[in-house]
Design a protein around this ligand. Structure first.
Ligand code: PLP
Length: 411
């Protein structure tokens, strides 16, 4: 980073401080990860200079012979990963990907059915503060008394509201999603079925979670969460006609020139996801999340669904006298990054919440296994058990320091 250091010392210093922060704190925000150096290097390549509106071999500018090949590689690799036919790798983010699918498949005012935000759903699944709830008539399904998706209720609601599209996928759901069941429900009511697998994509491509294909009409994902690639989105489908509409909804519908450096980095990330090493990583992500769940349950904490099948746990603090926000701050003092999260039957605002979400992907990328996760999970409980004791939290941060040294990132 010598040219940055010489040209803009302020940004260089901030990047150095951010690297130190990432190294120092134990990153357990379930949606975060550390991408590989090859992906980071690709983001800084000359592809950042190229305008390439359109799609491979159908561009609006000349000089696209190399970026065409890059985009084709990204498409073929991601299709291989998900066993599907068509992909659009241009969405700048997961939300952009979802917006384009909605635009392609729905008309303004159409009815959609998605997962309730406080049960783990995402803003783009119909929230009233998001385009999905402002432009479309949105309804929600939730969880049963055991914390699992209530598929019977999904069908019951779908029969009444007759949605044009059913959306599944979540930001804070710890159990396997039954895509086959969702497709059966969609078929009964004649709806499109969109599976937003942003959180679990890395597990799916490793065979550690059910694949949404061949069940979903359309699949969207981010590339930066469990997939550990660059920040961005992808849209996938087996239906040529739907994909053609979706391509038009991305460009010229909602985006201009694609970020070709990011698309190249997506291709590099997908190559990593196709490796044997990736399968082992995804297995370890699940094993580590299970250890967090086991320790927290043993220490008397209540988990939504009482466990996990994937990369995260959702802890309910409804029975405690402190909030998700209090827990987030206390854990930060102890050197652990997690996020406050709403839980089913939430009584507090989204800024305060009565839950926390804890994930295993980032620390698994650093090489930590069951032994380290058991140690950290016990420290999390020590902090929560004594939430007011700031001195103790700072001592715990010191107790955890050896892990940062033992498992460094970007040496
Ligand atoms: N879909 C799900 C399920 C998510 O969890 C997220 C992000 O948290 C998104 C979509 C949106 O992704 P982005 O932040 O890239 O817009």
């Amino acid at each position: 980073m010598n040219s940055l250091k010489n040209f803009d010392n302020e940004i260089y210093n901030l990047a150095t401080q951010e690297l130190n922060r990432q190294n120092e704190y134990l990153e357990m925000i379930a949606s975060e990860n550390f991408t590989i150096p090859a992906v980071m290097e690709t983001l800084g390549t000359v592809f950042t200079n190229k305008y390439a509106e359109g799609y491979p071999n159908k561009r609006y500018y000349s000089g696209c012979e190399y970026v065409d090949r890059v985009e084709e590689l990204a498409i073929s690799r991601v299709c291989e990963l998900f066993s599907c036919k068509y992909a659009n790798v241009q969405p700048h983010s997961g939300s952009q990907a979802n917006a384009a699918v909605y635009m392609a498949l729905l008309n303004h005012g159409d009815t959609i059915l998605g997962m309730d935000l406080s049960c783990g759903g995402h803003l783009t699944h119909g929230s009233k503060v998001n385009f999905s709830g402002k432009n479309y008539q949105s309804f929600f399904y939730g969880l049963d008394e055991n914390g699992y998706i209530d598929y019977e209720k999904v069908l019951e609601i779908a029969k009444v509201i007759k949605p044009k599209m059913i959306v599944c996928g979540a930001s804070a759901y710890a159990r396997e999603i039954d895509f086959k069941r969702f497709r059966e429900i969609a078929d009964i009511v004649g709806a499109y079925f969109l599976a937003d697998v942003a959180h679990i994509a890395g597990l799916i491509v490793a065979g550690e979670h059910m694949n949404p294909f061949p069940y979903a009409h359309v699949v969207t994902t981010t590339t930066h969460k469990t997939l550990a690639g660059p920040r961005g989105g992808v849209i996938l489908s087996n239906d040529e006609e739907l994909m053609s509409k979706i391509n038009s909804a991305i460009f010229p519908g909602t985006q201009g020139g694609p970020l070709m450096n990011t698309i190249a980095a997506k291709a590099v990330g997908f190559k990593y996801n196709l490796s044997k090493e990736w399968k082992e990583y995804a297995k370890q992500v699940k094993a580590n999340a299970k250890i967090i769940a086991d320790v927290l349950i043993k220490r008397g904490y209540e988990l939504i669904s009482n466990g996990t099948d994937n990369h995260l746990v959702l802890v309910s603090l409804l029975n405690k006298d402190f909030s998700g926000k209090d827990a987030q701050f206390a854990l930060h003092d102890a050197g652990i990054s997690i996020n406050k999260n709403s839980v089913p039957n939430e009584k507090r605002s989204p800024f305060i919440t009565s839950g926390i979400r804890i994930g295993s992907p980032a620390l698994t990328t650093r090489g930590m296994k069951e032994k380290e996760f058991e140690f950290i999970a016990n420290k999390i409980c020590d902090v929560l058990d004594d939430i007011e004791n700031k001195e103790k939290h700072l001592q715990i941060k010191k107790d955890l320091e050896f892990l940062s040294k033992q498992f460094p990132i970007y040496i």
